[in-house]
Design a protein around this ligand. Structure first.
Ligand SMILES: *Cc1c(COP(=O)(O)O)cnc(C)c1O
Length: 475
């Protein structure tokens, strides 16, 4: 399988060529040159594999279609080390929980950091270690986080050979639980840096360091952000696993509802659907930051400035532009790289928007690609958390609540609707208390983490200081 860029660069690259990269050289995102088609015979075979041999085996089957430059036995071993009941808590790895007949939550947040990002990041950690070992190289991952991504990356990379993580977070601004999760890690290859500033300051530092190409090359600086194709690919697997749990035969169609920010998670659903998984609708849910809902309703993609990006109670969806969206636009436009390039370079980068409302392609987003959308506010979130708790005795987190709210608007009688549960309520306790008047349940292994010793440096918002730290730690 070769990979190409959404902006037209078709230089053939294989999976391991793009594994450690961010953007393609022309500024686009990588996609496979085609989506392998899964027919009904294969789907039945996979259904049985998942039931009899588990998630890791299913993951290996799907990944093999996209990765042909890692020997099969090695890839299989990587999948088996990654997706274990010890790490993810259940045999199914992504268990379905039925709220009502044909209305399900798919549990994606039972990994080490209690958010769905573990599903991809745990695999990425093992893939990175494998590939760096093969090449005899090292990698220094520099990232900025407001919560979920940073902790998922640290738990995936801790103790890994050849990898160091430098994770910047805004000092004092993450939830107490998130701070405790990250800062209690004592692994010598994990460096927590609390920046005196806001999340944007952290991101600006990462950009400034990455834009110093000499420094970046000399010190092997890399990232693990959500545009990484391997992360997206890992997420494709749980759409299949969710489908198999919700249906008995391949004649059945289902819909998925996905709490969305950067369009990574739902883009994996799009890939699964393109492969032939019987998904009728992909229901995209946003919070008050409704860039994506606006596009799917109107055809206008209008990115927001930081003044118009709201801080909400589903903070992992507080985005001003959706970094993976370009992948879908490329497919929507019939894989026209030149047009995609124009929309993102002349439209988004120069004017902050593009408008497809008059383009016949826009109607296809719904008709051919199955996308519908909706939006959820703080009041909706509280009401949904309360309602699900009272009716079904199930506590859901704020992001999942956005998904449930919008899923209910699009559910069809008789057709399974699967809402992706993207985090556990304990990560966002303040809003749970506001909704329910009680603290969320805490998985026992997290008892008392706030009291553990912490390993974190507080530093000013200054890129040169961070560069000096990287140099010092790399010896
Ligand atoms: C990252 C995240 C999201 C958004 O996922 P995208 O792939 O960026 O659309 C939703 N919910 C939670 C809890 C997250 O951590």
């Amino acid at each position: 399988m070769n990979y190409l860029s959404t902006r037209g660069d078709a230089t053939p690259r294989r999976f391991c060529d793009i594994l450690l990269e961010g953007l393609a050289p022309d500024g686009g995102l990588y996609l496979p040159e085609h989506y392998p088609h899964v027919d009904s015979t294969m789907l039945t075979h996979w259904r049985n594999l998942y039931a009899q041999h588990g998630y890791a085996t299913l993951a290996f089957e799907i990944l093999s279609l996209y990765i042909d430059d890692i020997p099969a036995a090695d890839l299989k071993a990587i999948c088996e080390t990654t997706y274990t009941p010890e790490v993810f808590g259940t045999l199914e790895i992504v268990p379905l929980k039925s709220l009502q007949p044909k209305f399900y939550l798919e549990g994606l947040s039972n990994g080490p950091t209690l958010a769905f990002k573990d599903m991809a990041m745990q695999l990425l950690g093992n893939l990175f270690e494998y590939e760096l070992g093969r090449r005899g190289e090292q990698l220094n991952i520099l990232g900025a986080t407001s919560g979920d991504t940073g902790s998922a990356a640290e738990y995936a990379m801790r103790g890994k050979q050849g990898i160091r993580v430098f994770m910047l977070s805004p000092h004092g601004r993450m939830s107490a639980f998130q701070q405790a999760q990250m800062f209690s890690l004592q692994d010598p290859n994990i460096h927590n840096i609390a920046i005196e500033g806001v999340f944007d300051d952290c991101q600006d530092i990462v950009k400034a360091v990455s834009n110093d190409l000499g420094f970046k090359r000399r010190h092997k600086i890399g990232t693990v952000n959500s545009i990484n194709w391997a992360r997206l690919l890992a997420q494709v697997v749980y759409y299949f696993a969710g489908y198999f749990q919700a249906t008995r035969s391949n004649a059945e169609q289902v819909s998925f509802a996905v709490p969305s920010g950067n369009f990574g998670n739902i883009c994996a659903g799009h890939v699964a659907r393109m492969m032939g998984l019987p998904i009728r609708q992909l229901v995209l849910a946003t919070n008050e930051n409704d860039v994506l809902d606006e596009f799917f309703r109107t055809g206008v993609y209008r990115v927001r400035g930081s003044a118009d990006t709201h801080e909400t109670s589903s903070p992992s969806m507080d985005i001003s532009k959706a970094s993976n969206f370009e992948r879908f636009v490329f497919d929507l436009l019939g894989r026209d790289g030149a047009r995609t390039k124009a929309l993102f370079e002349d439209g988004v980068a120069k004017q902050g928007q593009f408008d497809l409302s008059q383009d016949p392609a826009f109607a296809q987003a719904r008709e051919r690609f199955g996308f519908v959308s909706g939006k959820s506010t703080h009041a909706d979130r509280l009401a949904t958390i309360r309602d699900v708790y009272e009716k079904f005795d199930v506590m859901i987190d704020t992001h999942t609540a956005d998904g449930v709210k919008v899923a209910r608007e699009h559910a069809q009688p008789g057709e399974p609707m699967i809402v992706l549960e993207t985090a556990l309520p304990i990560k966002f306790a303040a809003t749970i208390v506001e909704a329910l008047g009680r603290e969320p349940d805490r998985p026992p292994k997290f008892d008392g983490i706030e009291a553990l010793p912490r390993r974190v440096r507080v530093m000013p918002a200054d890129a040169d200081g961070i560069k000096r730290l990287v140099v010092q730690e790399c010896g």
